[in-house]
Design a protein around this ligand. Sequence first.
Ligand code: ARG
Length: 250
Amino acid sequence: MMKKVLSMVLVLMILCVSAAMAETLKMGSSIDFAPYEYYDDETGDIIGIDVEIAQAVCDKLGYDLEIVDMQFDSIIAAVVSGKVDFGMSGFTVTEERKQNVDFSTTYTTAKQSVIVPVDSEITSVDDLLNPENAFSIGVQIGTTGDLYITDDVEANGLQHTIERYNKAPDAIVALNSGKVDCVIIDDQVALAFVNSNEGLKLLDTAYALEEYAICFAKESALYDSFNTALEELIADGTVQSIIDKYITAE
Ligand code: ARG
């Protein structure tokens, strides 16, 4: 009997120690991007599609998850320097980023979309590509929305000015106050902003199609196990059910 109790105590102690020792993975993210990563209005918790997918991967692999909220354009540097273990923030896979980080298997698709005031003179993406027009365009700094329009302006000699904001909602504030004429941002995020701000709408056509993935430092020891777990969660439908929880199919 005594022996049994003792061995149970021992098992408990080992369990406690190993639970306390569960390694924590740090995720770099810009928490301003509903429905992917944002603060819950009521609880103040960080929630969203990316957060739940990352949590599911960590649960599977036995890690604790810690989210580090940072400016979007500093996440890749934080990943490369090892300040965080991975970056997950609605990251679009681009060739340029691939030179600095490794991307996981993609877990969803998105489109760069254009938000305008309901009475805007901008009625299509073509209006943004017309060299005769000169608009003030709001983007989040370092995002693909920023990179694509910056390239288009340079390549086609467009007259627009580009206003770059640290956090996505700052661009919407600028749009609401008339400081910018439109905002280029990911479609689901755009939809969330349009739904929570009166007087805004989305242009029908998308500006660019893209795919989201998680980024890691090159040669990261974490990459293989993390990506395998992610692929399993995609294959067994977990990822889709997380997405469906936040995005109702149109
Ligand atoms: N998909 C875009 C990109 O990769 C925007 C991502 C912005 N993410 C955020 N959490 N604010 O550049």
